[in-house]
Design a binder for this molecule. Structure first.
Ligand code: IPD
Ligand code: CA
Length: 264
């Protein structure tokens, strides 16, 4: 947990100090809206070099690079900038996400051991260790008490392809009339940490990648949240729902009724 936090802060310092006034896109991935900046690549390179120094036998799964196999049974799961579009526009909601999992690289079968999410613009750092609790800058966290859906503030996010977004728009149209309000903050790791801190009551998103979910999911869980998929599946790319148990039950039912686990 300490090393995860150290790494996330080190990469966060680089991202913070190296951000130019106007950030340029250096490449695109799944679609023209799925952008990579030079800083995504530089911050991941820094994380990888720190891991080579401190944990040379562990595997590495990072958003911007190749899978690096290891021999220890542990895998580090890295998102050098979660919320790249916010970084691009200077909207202060982007983070470095660092987790270490037992097993991997398949999120369906791994167990998250520790994680850290460092909010770059304001320096807040969430940490969690399996069975050790979740913390914001050292202070223990607890999710909100469950509220009815109608009184729940719900975070969500959208993917980068047109087909995925069409499906997400259909689903959010079903959810929005039934909840307090919706937030699309733009960094999944921060959404999950907001569940832990009580800044959101619920969160759901389809299409999360392992590095979006690994650290924030453990923070939410260790703060007392249920983090799950639909129809009893584990949280993952198909669907991730997080929040206090009773609220998650209500939201998963609604999502299941609306066929959220199928389609794009
Ligand atoms: C994205 C953010 C966003 C979420 C997307 C993710 P990126 O990560 O977490 O909030 O809605 O699903 O891909 O691309 O900024 O690392
Ligand atoms: Ca990213």
């Amino acid at each position: 947990m300490e090393l995860a936090a150290r790494l996330a802060r080190a990469a966060g310092d680089l991202v913070r100090s190296g951000r130019p006034d106007r950030v340029l896109v250096s490449a695109t991935k799944s679609s023209a809206t799925d952008v990579v900046t030079e800083m995504d690549v530089a911050a991941e390179a820094l994380l990888r070099s720190l891991l080579a120094e401190h944990r040379p036998d562990d595997a590495i799964l990072g958003e911007e690079g190749e899978f690096h196999p290891g021999s220890s049974g542990l895998t580090w799961v890295l998102d050098p900038i979660d919320g790249t579009v916010n970084y691009l526009y200077g909207i202060p909601a982007y983070a470095v996400s660092v987790a270490v999992v037992a097993g991997g690289p398949d999120p369906a079968t791994w167990t998250a051991v520790a994680g850290a999410v460092h909010a770059v613009p304001d320096g807040r750092t969430w940490t969690a260790g399996r069975g050790l609790g979740a913390y914001l800058d050292g202070n223990r966290l607890r999710v909100n008490d469950a509220r009815p859906l109608a009184e729940s503030l719900v975070g969500t996010g959208f993917g980068y392809t047109r087909q995925r977004r069409t499906e997400q728009a259909r689903l959010v149209a079903e959810v929005l009339p039934l909840v307090r309000d919706i937030r699309r903050i733009g960094a999944a790791s921060l959404d999950l940490c907001a569940i832990a801190t009580g800044g959101l009551d619920l969160y759901y998103e389809r299409g999360l990648k392992p590095w979006d979910l690994a650290a924030g999911g453990l923070v939410a869980q260790e703060a007392g949240a249920v983090v799950t998929g639909l129809h009893g599946a584990p949280a993952g790319e198909q669907m991730t729902v997080a929040g206090p148990a009773a609220s998650v039950l209500e939201l998963t039912r609604l999502l299941e009724q609306n066929g959220a686990a199928s389609g794009a």
